[in-house]
Design a protein around this ligand. Structure first.
Ligand code: DER
Length: 235
């Protein structure tokens, strides 16, 4: 099975949790894309009715519009029934790293407003500890004096061999700009950053920081699709 087929299997399994009449958080990324497609298909087939979607990015908003999924926002629906979204890393306690797609702020707002948050991953996302994949731990910051903020983030995690890099795109290396007009600094760790709550609080205390990609104690269910089958882990 390819990685994308595993993502699709996890996504379809998560959509089994969707009931007619629900207000749903619609995730962002290549795994969540399959879940949103599936929801659109079931609506079209009449197997699901009266669904309201709250998208976690402009990209998902456009996908949902193209599928005819009725949409609303947090102002109209401050409490949601269920969100389905992917993740970049999942630790044994169901803590997550998210945001490599750049949508972490709206994802965290929407998923933090849900009664249930179902995370869908293929098995390659499982890590022993967050940051353990050596891949980016995203932090959304305001553009004003971003170098100052990036340096303070790097200094915070000096003991973990942290390197902070501004996320750029294109050959000219333009700064990546989020849906909210902010920048992203990606943190790379060489060692475990220790207590995640302490790390989270320390990051959020920096004035130029908007939000980070650690989703602690937020997932209620994680669906993991692997070569040997699908595992469902509940909090
Ligand atoms: O950017 C995000 O938060 C995405 O949900 C990411 O965490 C998972 O993206 P993927 O499903 O494309 O791997």
């Amino acid at each position: 099975l390819t990685q994308d087929e595993l993502k699709k299997i996890a996504a379809y399994k998560a959509v089994e949790y969707v009931e007619s009449g629900m207000v749903l958080g619609l995730g962002t990324g290549s795994t969540a894309k399959h879940a949103v497609d599936r929801i659109g298909e079931l609506l079209r087939q009449g197997k699901l009715k009266n669904i309201v979607g709250i998208p976690t990015s402009k990209k998902t908003h456009e996908q949902a519009v193209s599928l005819g999924i009725p949409l609303s926002d947090l102002d109209s629906h401050p409490v949601l029934d269920l969100a389905i979204d992917g993740a970049d890393e999942v630790d044994p306690y169901l803590n997550l790293v998210k945001g490599r797609g750049g949508s972490l702020l709206r994802e965290k707002m929407v998923e933090g407003a849900c009664k249930k948050f179902v995370v869908i991953v293929d098995e390659t996302k499982l890590v022993e500890y967050l940051g353990g994949s050596g891949l980016a731990m995203p932090v959304e910051i305001i553009p004003f004096c971003w170098k100052f903020t990036a340096q303070r983030l790097q200094d915070l995690f000096e003991d973990s061999g942290c390197v902070a890099k501004l996320r750029t795109f294109g050959e000219k290396g333009e700064p990546f700009v989020t849906d909210n007009g902010n920048y992203i600094v990606d943190l790379y760790f060489k060692k475990d950053i220790g207590d995640l709550k302490i790390a989270s609080d320390a990051i959020l205390r920096l004035a130029g920081v908007v939000e980070h990609g650690m989703f602690l104690d937020m997932a209620t269910t994680v669906i993991i699709a692997g070569e040997l089958g699908v595992a469902v882990k509940n909090k």
